[in-house]
Design a protein around this ligand. Structure first.
Ligand SMILES: [Cu+2]
Length: 148
């Protein structure tokens, strides 16, 4: 009987060790703010739809992102063309994992990063700069809004 208990305990330890751990991305992904119809429905959609893809040019500079609000519709296929106008900036939408993009990458002056993904869920997330770019860096925070 003791042996059986030991084996079961061992199996439990193995299963726990194999259970997927919540990584940083998954934890971040919970940070969405619920979409607020009255607040966001009047905001114009960003960019232009070309061949069924919403193409939005995003420009980063000390200490600002333009457009201030990136506004899309749920289900939109999105292409962000992110450019830096001055010093290196990093780009991240906190809580959104963009395939093939590492938020630690820096975009140098005149450089452009092309990020493609689909707006899966309605909500509001923060757009941030992930590379220290000067004393106002922490204030370089804007919004990504997916209209429901
Ligand atoms: Cu910065």
């Amino acid at each position: 009987m003791k042996k059986l208990f030991f084996v079961l305990a061992l199996i439990f330890v193995f299963i726990s060790a194999c259970a997927p751990k919540e990584d940083g991305d998954a934890a971040k992904a919970k940070k969405l703010i619920k979409y607020h119809k009255n607040k966001f429905d009047d905001l114009p959609l960003s960019g232009k739809v070309i061949d069924n893809i919403r193409v939005i040019e995003v420009k980063g500079s000390q200490y600002d992102w333009q457009p201030e609000n990136i506004v899309v519709k749920k289900g939109d296929k999105i292409k962000l063309v992110v450019e830096s106008l001055d010093v290196p900036h990093g780009f991240e939408i906190e809580g959104i994992v963009i395939p093939g993009w590492n938020p630690d990458n820096l975009i140098r002056k005149g450089g452009k990063a092309v990020l493609e993904f689909t707006a899966e869920e309605a909500g509001v997330w923060d757009v941030v700069c992930t590379g220290y770019c000067g004393p106002g860096h922490a204030g370089m925070r804007r919004k990504y809004i997916v209209r429901g």
